[in-house]
Design a protein around this ligand. Structure first.
Ligand code: ATP
Length: 220
């Protein structure tokens, strides 16, 4: 029996962009995932300045992944009240999935570097593997000491046949985009069609999000 592999990619997705989709698809290929869930965070306690509502971020995400049967949106964090902690989400998913499914949390290098600031971060590996990749210019080398120690203790060359507990790495082509830069371009009145799926750009313009369509007047 082959163990089922479920990937999980959390993010603010404000808005979802081609970097997120490339990351998701690269992880699907690298780990032969049966399914990858993209999960918009509800109240991102480490980020301020989120502009689209949770419902709008979820709607844009659904539009972005509609044509890829491997990708699904998971709304649990936007539906949960209070702060969003990944460790709680992983524990909840593990309880739902049972002990056998391999659960793989996908992280860009910016998130891996920041890992030791996460709530109960040492417990993440009890519920899932961590799969990390370099994001554009953010290096995977010279990690902060506590994160490096975790990698030393749990790093593996390839994904083991186990439900959780290892840290693995994979590569993806660099996709130079961030949601921050994208929001800024939209606020300047640009139409960055190469950075977001067409249906998402249409949604942004129709909902007048991020100052799009206001001639660059911003959203103040
Ligand atoms: P913001 O600019 O608002 O901080 P973001 O573009 O970093 O947003 P997030 O929703 O915070 O997007 O990211 C979710 C996940 O996607 C993280 O693991 C992050 O590392 C990864 N990611 C975002 N952009 C890219 C990209 N261009 N290439 C690879 N991974 C990315």
């Amino acid at each position: 029996m082959t163990r089922r592999r479920l990937g999980l990619l959390g993010g603010t997705f404000d808005p979802v962009h081609v970097g997120h989709l490339a990351l998701a698809r690269s992880a699907c290929v690298a780990f032969r995932l049966d399914e990858l869930r993209l999960m918009p965070t509800g109240a991102p306690w480490q980020k301020s300045g989120v502009i689209a509502s949770p419902a709008q971020r979820l709607a844009m995400l659904r539009l972005a992944i509609a044509d890829d049967p491997r990708l699904r949106a998971d709304a649990r964090e936007v539906e949960r009240a209070g702060p969003t902690y990944t460790v709680d989400t992983l524990a909840e998913m593990r309880a739902e999935l049972g002990p056998d499914v391999s659960l793989i949390l996908i992280l860009g290098s910016d998130q891996l570097r920041n890992l030791a600031s996460w709530h109960r971060w040492r417990e993440l590996l009890q519920h899932a593997h961590l799969a990390c990749t370099q994001r554009e210019q953010v290096p995977l080398a010279d990690l902060p000491a506590p994160v490096e120690a975790l990698v030393q203790a749990h790093g593996a060359q390839s994904l083991p046949d186990a439900p959780a507990g290892s840290i693995v790495f994979f590569t993806m082509p660099p996709v130079p985009v961030s949601a921050t830069a994208l929001r800024q371009a939209l606020a300047r009145g640009e139409r960055p069609a190469e950075l977001v799926p067409p249906a998402v750009l249409d949604y942004i313009e129709a909902a007048n999000l991020y100052g799009a369509g206001t001639g660059g007047s911003g959203h103040d």
